[in-house]
Design a protein around this ligand. Structure first.
Ligand SMILES: [Zn+2]
Length: 259
C-alpha cells in the first residue's frame, strides 16, 4: 500500500494537533456557512466513529486540551457499539461537554447497499437516525457523514434535509484522511505548515487507529477484537468478527479468518 502509516501514537497525534492549533482556525461543520474569510486557513476536524466510542472520548479529551473543537460522527445502528447504553450515552455527553459537536455517521447495511436506493429514500432514513441520536444529545443533529459512501450519494449538495454533509465537494477541496490506518498522501505533519494548498482543510481522523502506542491497522483491530470477544461464546465471537469485517472491509485484523 502506498501512503504513510509509520506513526499512529497519541504522541504523534498531539504533535499534529498542536501544529493545527498554531496554523489554522478550527471550525465546526455547523459553523461553516456563517463564516467570513479570515487571514488563517480554516480546518474542519472530523471524526467518524466506526468502531469504538472509548477511542473517540480519548481523542476528544486530547483536542480539548489544545482548545480545539471537532465534530464526532456517531452511528445509531452500529453492531460494534450500543449508542444507547448507559456508558456510551455518558461518553457522548462528555464529548459535547468538551465543546465538540455530534453528527450522524450514516450507515447502510450490506443488504441495502446492493439495492439502488434513491436520495429520497435515504433522506427518510437519515431523519429517523438523527431523531434517535437527538434523544441522547438533546440537541438537533445538524450534520452527517456517510459510512463508506456509495457512488450515487457522493455528488449530493452541501445540505441534505437541512443538515450539512461532510463529504460534499465544497468541503473536500482539500481533504486528508487516515482511512485504513494510512495517510494516502504521505506524512501529514509537513502539510500543516505554510505554504498551504488551499484556504480550508477537512481533516478526517478515525479514533480507532490511535492509542498511546503505535500499532499497525491489522494489529489494532486484532487487539480490539480480542478485548471485545473475551467473554463471548464461539458463535457470538464469529458474529462479532463478521460485523467488524463488514465495518472495515479494507483492513483485516491479524489472524482474521473471514476473507
Ligand atoms: Zn465510517
Amino acid at each position: 500500500m502506498t501512503g504513510w502509516s509509520e506513526n499512529f501514537s497519541y504522541k504523534y497525534l498531539k504533535l499534529l494537533l498542536e501544529t493545527v492549533k498554531n496554523n489554522f482556525i478550527d471550525v465546526k461543520f455547523t459553523e461553516y456557512t456563517g463564516l467570513k474569510k479570515i487571514n488563517k486557513p480554516m480546518i474542519l476536524l472530523r471524526h467518524d466513529v466506526d468502531v469504538s466510542l472509548d477511542h473517540a472520548l480519548n481523542i476528544a479529551a486530547i483536542e480539548n486540551n489544545f482548545g480545539l473543537k471537532a465534530t464526532y460522527y456517531i452511528k445509531v445502528n452500529s453492531g460494534l457499539y450500543d449508542v444507547f447504553s448507559k456508558k456510551n450515552t455518558a461518553i457522548i455527553k462528555n464529548i459535547l461537554d468538551y465543546n465538540h459537536d455530534i453528527g450522524l455517521h450514516f450507515v447502510l447495511c450490506d443488504k441495502l447497499r446492493k439495492e439502488s436506493l434513491s436520495t429520497a429514500h435515504i433522506s427518510n432514513m437519515i431523519d429517523e437516525d438523527c431523531f434517535k441520536l437527538k434523544q441522547i444529545t438533546k440537541i438537533p443533529i445538524k450534520t452527517i457523514s456517510f459510512h463508506r459512501p456509495l457512488s450515487q450519494f457522493r455528488d449530493l449538495p452541501l445540505f441534505i434535509n437541512n443538515r450539512i454533509r461532510a463529504f460534499s465537494s465544497e468541503l473536500t477541496e482539500w481533504y486528508l484522511s487516515d482511512s485504513r490506518c494510512c495517510w494516502r498522501e504521505g506524512e501529514p505533519l509537513p502539510k500543516f505548515t505554510p505554504p498551504f494548498e488551499k484556504s480550508m482543510l477537512q481533516l478526517l481522523i478515525h479514533p480507532i487507529w490511535w492509542s498511546e502506542k503505535h500499532l499497525s491497522g491489522p494489529d489494532r483491530l486484532q487487539i480490539f477484537f480480542l478485548n471485545k470477544t473475551i467473554k463471548l461464546t464461539d458463535q457470538q465471537t464469529l458474529h462479532f468478527d463478521q460485523i467488524l469485517s463488514e465495518t472495515i472491509p479494507s483492513v483485516k485484523r491479524t489472524n482474521a479468518k473471514i476473507i
